[in-house]
Ligand binder design. Structure first.
Ligand code: TYM
Length: 330
């Protein structure tokens, strides 16, 4: 039996956070054993906000190296750069023709980003979720592992697949989101009501996968908590809850075990331990990352082979789509 397809992507917009790791990349690694996985570095998405070209090149390789350093194996899954597979842009155009402006206008990510920088408002930012739908639908994807913030985009992808299938006959598989119950939304260390994000102005609000131990210790020490003073998991103590989630993911200990361990101990000791667990969880990834970044030839080999495999699968779907909408075969 053919393996089911998994697709996901990460933007190379500089400095991935432990939110990206916990909400997405860590799960990619587990899925590669059982499914036919495509993991993309979505550089076409990244240019929806202004990028410095030389940084974009560096950040693209950085995401690939983090994929590999986190345990993704190019023998088991397909790792590639989005702009290397033309079909992503081509399918986007066709899907644009069945996307309603009203629905795109309701996308929360678009609303937030456009509020932040009105002068940078561009048409690509508006149709960004359509490109994301094309990414997913090209591979006849069954499952899409993402963090909570991408759920609405996934719903749009499903809508577009259904709309196309209804209008032109069965073409796309309808993808399902795979959102972890735990860690799908890692929060800002400075304001635990907001998502942890690399675009936050306050660098103390996020931990990067590549942050050095001292930086991690400092950021966790400064993390906002509350005046209750007990390490308990509930919605009155969002800062502590977030740190407990992080601790649990990196240590493998359950929330109950953590609550019991810190009963009566206060926040100082707890925060120190969270920092150490994160530091030792990231250390092997950082070490492998450093080695990989010294081996550009290897990175190039991986993304070239990945693009070849991805292209082969993507073209099959695109040909079908072009035929169905009435384009004459070339
Ligand atoms: P991006 O690059 O913003 O984030 C990559 C992945 O990390 C998850 N994530 C988080 N998870 C938990 N807590 C957080 N604080 C946190 N921050 C980010 C995101 O949910 C995502 O899974 N549009 C996508 C990229 C994309 C894509 C796709 C994803 C493009 N095409 C096709 C899946 C399928 C994005 O901007 O993710």
């Amino acid at each position: 039996m053919e393996k089911k397809v998994v697709f996901s992507g990460v933007q190379p917009s500089g400095g991935l956070t432990i939110g990206n790791y916990i909400g997405a990349i860590k799960n990619f690694v587990d899925l590669q054993e059982k499914y036919n996985c495509y993991y993309c570095i979505v550089d076409l998405h990244a240019i929806t906000v202004p990028q410095i070209p030389k940084d974009l090149r560096k950040n693209t390789l950085e995401v690939l190296a983090i994929y590999l350093a986190s345990g993704l194996d190019p023998e088991k899954c397909t790792l590639f750069i989005q702009s290397h597979v033309d079909a992503h842009v081509e399918l986007t155009w066709v899907l644009n023709s069945i996307s309603y402006m009203g629905q795109l206008n309701r996308m929360t990510q678009f609303k937030e980003k456009s509020k932040k920088s009105e002068e940078n408002l561009n048409a690509a930012l508006f149709t960004y979720p359509v490109l994301m739908a094309a990414d997913i639908l090209l591979y006849q994807t069954e499952f899409v592992p993402v963090g909570e913030d991408q759920k609405q985009h996934l719903e749009l992808a499903r809508d577009l697949a259904e709309r196309f299938n209804n209008r032109y006959s069965e073409t796309f598989k309808i993808p399902e989101p795979l959102i972890q119950k735990f860690g799908a939304r890692i929060m800002s260390l400075q304001n635990p009501e907001n998502k942890m994000s690399k675009s936050d102005e306050n660098e103390n609000s996020y931990i990067l996968i590549l942050d050095k131990p001292d930086v991690i210790r400092r950021k966790i020490k400064r993390a906002v908590t509350d005046s209750i003073g007990e390490v308990k998991y509930n919605d009155e103590q969002l800062g502590i809850k977030n740190l407990m989630n992080i601790y649990s993911v990196f240590s493998g200990d359950s929330i109950d075990v953590i609550e019991n361990r810190y009963e009566g101990l206060g926040y100082g000791k707890f925060k120190e331990d969270v920092a150490e667990v994160v530091i030792s969880g990231l250390a092997p990834i950082q070490k492998r990352y450093d080695d990989l970044m010294k081996n550009k030839d290897y990175l190039e080999k991986v993304y070239r082979q990945g693009a070849e495999k991805a292209n082969y699968a993507a073209i099959k779907t695109l040909r079908k789509v072009y035929r169905k909408v009435g384009f004459i075969q070339r």
